[in-house]
Design a protein around this ligand. Structure first.
Ligand SMILES: Cc1ncc(COP(=O)(O)O)c(C=O)c1O
Length: 383
């Protein structure tokens, strides 16, 4: 269906050497991201801080902010640039009062860092209510909705579950949370850039995502979206000079946080990564999230066929509409065998990752059916 994406393969040198099917963990380095990184190094070599940061670095960050906003349907001033999802979520958590309203609804399918952040908030009075998956693959919106009540301060959910790639049905959760006066924070690391979203339409309060996986932008840059009408009410306890209105005034007489989402920004940025992040997101926007989604669905459907042919257990949704960017497949022999198989695959230039007794396979828009064929040829030799 989508047939001119093959031209992007030349952008990724690793594809000439290895069958790379793990953008869910780390997007591959592109030639344009490498050129961008070099551009930063060349500027750093030639310029002093004022010129490097003010004339080049901060505009590059604005480019990233703008690109990410387009990807999720936000306005740029609703997006803060943070070093990681963990730190962004900690900042959001620090804004909650947690007095009378102190319950946090979360699930055992969310990425562990989400739960660590909220467990730390137990010291400030948070009470965590964990929802379990019935089968380790899906998480029903109704099960979260049932836990939301007048005590609930926050509902923490991932839009696409990182292990199984189940796509959550968010609208009922948002509606129930808002009816109860609670906020919703969405960890979107496995959705942004590959499964279309419009944060305004969805009505969520906060969203977090990072550049290193599906956005192919390298490590050290993540994004925090905060709904416009909440921004000025949010008073994070995690702050720094770049979250203030006039950082270069060096005024220490007061804390004057910005009026936009940048109040969530703290200290010196991981600026070199802005160059690679912008290059990665440039490709996402060039190809288009809708097209990426369509191609990814074709490829993950093909993966499901291959899993069935190999008589292995699929630990991801069969329904393509509910399936995000990856599939997870159980291999016999438990976790240690899965680790062994993974390392055999590495030796034979097939790059995946492993979670417990299963392997995760995540094609991106530049992946092909041939990559998947090759992956399964090798996989079946070692299972
Ligand atoms: C869904 C999800 N959230 C959060 C993280 C971790 O984010 P960070 O390292 O930016 O805190 C990951 C994986 O690395 C993830 O898959």
């Amino acid at each position: 269906m989508v047939n001119d994406l093959g031209s992007y393969r030349d952008e990724f040198p690793i594809l000439a050497e290895r069958t790379y099917l793990i953008s869910a963990s780390l997007g591959p380095l592109s030639l344009r991201a490498r050129r961008a990184a070099t551009e930063h190094l060349d500027l750093w070599q030639r310029l002093g801080p004022e010129e490097l940061w003010l004339a080049h670095g901060l505009p590059k960050l604005e480019q990233c902010r703008d690109q990410f906003s387009q990807i999720i349907g936000a306005d740029p001033d609703e997006v803060a640039i943070v070093p990681s999802v963990s730190s962004g979520l900690s900042s959001i958590a620090s804004c909650l009062d947690l007095g009378d309203r102190n319950k946090v609804v979360i699930s055992d399918m969310d990425f562990p860092t989400n739960s660590y952040v909220w467990r730390a908030q137990q010291r400030r009075g948070a009470k965590l209510d964990f929802v379990s998956s019935p089968d380790g693959i899906r998480l029903d919106a109704g099960d979260l909705v049932d836990r939301i009540d007048g005590q609930t301060a926050m509902v923490n959910t991932n839009r696409v579950l990182f292990e199984s790639s189940w796509i959550m049905d968010l609208p009922p959760i948002v509606e129930a949370a808002h009816d109860a006066g609670a906020f919703v924070v969405v960890d979107d690391f496995h959705g942004s850039g590959i499964v279309p979203v419009d944060v305004h339409e969805l009505g969520i309060d906060f969203l977090l995502s990072g550049a290193l996986k599906w956005l192919m932008g390298g490590q050290g840059i993540a994004f925090l979206y905060c709904r416009r009408d909440l921004i000025e009410k949010m008073q994070p306890l995690v702050v720094g000079w770049f979250g203030t209105k006039k950082p270069f005034d060096f005024d220490r007489s007061a804390l004057d946080l910005r009026d936009d989402a940048r109040r969530f920004e703290t200290g010196t940025y991981t600026l070199p990564q802005a160059w690679t992040a912008a290059a990665g997101m440039e490709m996402i926007l060039e190809v288009g999230v809708d097209r990426i989604r369509a191609r990814n669905q074709e490829l993950t459907s093909f993966l499901v066929e291959k899993v069935d042919e190999a008589n292995l257990d699929l630990l991801s949704p069969r329904d393509g509409e509910r399936r995000g960017g990856l599939i997870r497949v159980r291999v016999p022999g438990g976790r240690s065998n899965a680790e062994r198989i993974l390392h055999e695959l590495f030796r034979h230039n097939v790059v995946l990752d492993q979670r417990g007794d299963a392997l995760r396979i995540s094609p991106h828009f530049f992946s092909t059916e041939e990559d998947i064929e090759r992956c399964f040829e090798e996989l079946q030799r070692f299972v």
